[in-house]
Design a protein around this ligand. Structure first.
Ligand code: PLP
Length: 387
């Protein structure tokens, strides 16, 4: 068989490979602590689960409209007004099976040979993978450790040209936990006015996981780019629903027919019972969201202190999400080698920084969506190993 050439350009997400290896080692009887995979270690709240069970019992077994059930799209629009203070039409809300699908569609929509797409590096690996798959040129936006993994707007603007079709922003960010400075966002958006043909994809999947009493700054709040902004969000991280596969995009009106067509071609619609659960998530009690956020903030304080006490590690304080991204250059090991050694020799699963792009060399990603006991024990093992 001879698959298409561009398949060779597609990358992957190492966290899933790490998860598989960690599970294999655990199945062999090893005591493995998994700080590799990026998902909340909480159960989906009961009222959300019950809504899905009821939906199945009530007979929601068929297709739904491709962009999602209207009551769900309305609930998303109401949630956006509540949390982002911006009125969007439910027609602009396109429900998809997971946050990832919005980036997949957006990059497919804008990528082709000769086009350039800017993306964060180190960043979520699927951005670069999909850009390369389309044949577009992947232009990195460097996130700087000494800026707490924010970017310099001047640096980003210097990379824009009339070939730039899409700029991808992710804040709070994976893998760094960094939150982009408000000032830099202001300057970036001001500069984008000189590039009216350039679309923006704002991945705000971690928007409800922001710490230090800071408010999340949504790119949807900037009126000057609203007619070319694609907002990515979903239920996975906010409501501990990674396995349900539910996400949404808010799309500019001019792209609604195109995204509808892509959804119909790809997945027809999102699972009906999942959509009913998503309505319950948005319209039901919200206390679990804050409970989880507080738990992550508390664990963040503990893990960052512990990481900074490990020989050769240095870790800045992340402003959001649930990732620590320590600089491990002081260990004298590269990030792949060290990640392997920590898994195989200490039973601690992490993800090496280079799986998030070339600029991740010298770093490891640790997800602290794990119990306090596991956080402490993993730090003890890593500290002993490196001492
Ligand atoms: N965007 C970022 C930055 C992520 O880290 C993830 C998942 O880890 C996603 C999007 C995808 O989320 P989902 O699991 O809803 O597809």
């Amino acid at each position: 068989m001879i698959p298409a050439d561009n398949l060779q350009n597609m990358g992957s997400e190492t966290a899933f490979a790490v998860l598989a290896r960690a599970n294999q080692l655990a199945a062999e009887g090893r005591d493995i602590i998994n700080l590799g995979i990026g998902q909340p270690d909480f159960r989906t709240p009961d009222h959300i689960v019950e809504a899905a069970v009821k939906a199945l019992r009530d007979g929601h077994h068929g297709y739904t409209p491709a962009p999602g059930m209207m009551p769900l799209r309305e609930a998303v629009a109401a949630d956006i007004l509540k949390h982002r203070g911006v009125e969007v039409s439910p027609e602009q809300v396109m429900v998809v099976p997971g946050g990832k699908m919005t980036m997949f569609f957006a990059i497919l929509m804008f990528g082709q040979p000769g086009h350039e797409i800017l993306y964060p590096n180190p960043g979520f690996p699927i951005y670069e993978s999909m850009i390369r798959y389309t044949g577009a040129t992947a232009v990195p936006i460097e996130l700087h450790e000494d800026r707490l993994f924010s970017f310099s707007a001047d640096e980003v603007l210097s990379k824009l040209s009339d070939r730039t079709r899409l700029v991808i922003i992710n804040s709070p960010g994976n893998p760094t936990g960094g939150v982009i400075d408000d000032d830099e966002l202001d300057r970036l958006v001001a500069g984008l006015e000189d590039f009216p043909e350039t679309a923006v994809l704002s991945d705000e999947i971690y928007c409800r996981l922001v710490f230090d009493n800071r408010a999340h700054r949504s790119l949807l709040g900037y009126e000057s780019i609203r007619d070319r902004l694609i907002l990515l969000d979903g239920w996975s991280k906010t409501y501990a629903m990674t396995g349900w596969r539910a996400g949404y995009g808010v799309w500019p009106r001019s792209l609604l027919d195109d995204i509808d067509k892509m959804i119909v071609n790809a997945n027809s619609c999102t699972n009906a019972a999942t959509q009913m659960a998503c309505i319950a998530a948005l319209t039901g009690p919200q206390d679990s969201v804050e409970t989880m956020r507080q738990a992550f903030e508390e664990r963040r304080g503990v893990i960052i202190d512990l990481l900074n006490a490990i020989p050769g590690f240095h870790c800045v304080m992340p402003g959001g999400a649930f990732y620590a991204f320590p600089n491990i250059a002081g260990t004298g090991r590269n990030s792949w080698e060290l990640g392997q050694a920590l898994l195989e020799e200490c039973g601690v699963a992490t993800v090496h920084g280079t799986s998030f792009g070339a600029m991740g060399e010298g770093f490891l990603r640790l997800s602290y969506a794990a119990s306090m006991d596991n956080i402490r024990e993993s730090a003890r093992r890593m500290g002993d190993y490196l001492s």
